[in-house]
Design a protein around this ligand. Structure first.
Ligand SMILES: [Zn+2]
Length: 63
């Protein structure tokens, strides 16, 4: 699933993973204050830095 992806900008196929932590934690707009949200993971082209996709680690917290 992760193996044959390619950067749309430069065509590089080496896609790395990045993680936003700390203040970049994504939290639900609605919901209780004890919901700590989820870290955000990005797929990043290792050649040009383009971010192919971003997603949260725990999507169930946004239901
Ligand atoms: Zn690229």
């Amino acid at each position: 699933m992760e193996s044959n992806r390619k950067c749309l900008i430069c065509g590089c196929e080496e896609i790395g993973k990045g993680r936003l932590t700390g203040y970049a934690v994504m939290v639900p707009i609605k919901g209780n204050v004890f919901n700590t949200g989820s870290e955000t993971i990005a797929d990043i082209c290792t050649a040009c830095g383009h971010i192919l996709s971003m997603r949260v680690e725990k999507p169930e917290k946004f239901k």
